[in-house]
Design a binder for this molecule. Sequence first.
Ligand code: XLS
Ligand code: NI
Ligand code: NI
Length: 449
Amino acid sequence: MAKATTTTKAVEHFAGVPKIAYEGPKSNNPLAFKHYNASEKVGDKTMAEHLRFGIAYWHSFRGTGADPFGPGTIVRKWESSSKDAVSVAKVRMDAAFEFYQKIGAPFWCFHDRDIAPEGASLAESNKNLDAVVAHAKSLQQATGVKLLWGTANLFSNPRFMCGASTNPDAHVFAYAAAQVKKAIDVTQELGGENYVFWGGREGYETLLNTNLKREQDHLARFLGLAVDYAKKIGFKGQFLIEPKPKEPTKHQYDFDVATCIGFLRTYGLHKYFKFNIETNHATLAGHTFQHEIEVAGSAGMLGSIDANTGDLLVGWDTDQFSTDTKELTLAMMSILKYGGLGSGGFNFDAKLRRPSTDLADLFHAHIGGMDTYAQALKLAHRINTEGKFSNHVAARYATYDSGYGKDIETGKASFESLEKLVLGALGEPTLKSGKQEYLENLLNQELFR
Ligand code: XLS
Ligand code: NI
Ligand code: NI
């Protein structure tokens, strides 16, 4: 039984840590921002409006540092605040909201099972969830922190070992549907601005036991049912697909943005979804972060970002905090070009390294991530405004702006008309340099000038 009130508001979980302030690039204070100045304008919006930072509950408040070779190392006091799991969940949530306020993040994100313990039945799980969601709602009201997105964990429980909506057993499909229905309900209850579908175990290990066509049909049916349900209850949040090529399964159906666009269009679902792009998932798919942003942006489907990074030398989702100014500046150049993230934001889907066991490490990690994004935003805005790269790109395609080039783009040219031109006055094209090395040097100059 969940008790109604179990939290002690007076407890300061991050005692001694003040609200993190902006002190500028010259500050030596490790608990201060060097670049992220929430109210500072970059173009026509403030940094806070551009970046809409979110904190990932699962990593920052459920992560223990456990890995396949050993148990957790990160021990938090609030985890032993009570013997009752729902009561602990509420105190943990108090700590989380204290952190959101101190770090100055306007948003948070969660999976249903991150915030409330799973019960012995779906009914009991829903009851636990309701108790904690009521608590979250009051904390949101008290602090002004908002929900960027909610989602359902359809991958941890053993029942999902062969997938959720792509499970060969219709019973598991039904269970997943019931769970997502509830997750959309609570996301709506908390005013969530988006709802995320990451594939979890929607993929396969071997084709010896897999009907790939039926599994893809089932995944599409599942997403379609979610669209129907959202319409029915008037959920206004944006649905987001989060692609990932592998891990936990060998082959995931939502491999990358391009694969998902093809999938959504095949099943007529593309109008209802945008993308939540995760840096580490992009690189696992053999792409750059900026590539995935460009593919989504050019399709008008750029939704939100899961901000993290992998390790070039390690081939899995290490979910680290990024301090790579160059990579993030390139990403921000594309994001600004496509007009920003709309209802999305930058959610730190990133975790502390196993030996980072201090409470202060959680602040250092997020300060670094927020500062690097802020610096990247400033640089990208300046670079885009000065237009050195965009002018170069525009000039490179100038032959399509008029004459026969324009006819090609507007559908007025044919193979015959083009053949006539080449056999006549046009003749052989001259070679035009791509200028890659010049542009790479220019980028370095722009970053460090
Ligand atoms: C896992 C994903 C997950 C999603 C939410 O790799 O990044 O954390 O963001 O289910
Ligand atoms: Ni993610
Ligand atoms: Ni991930």
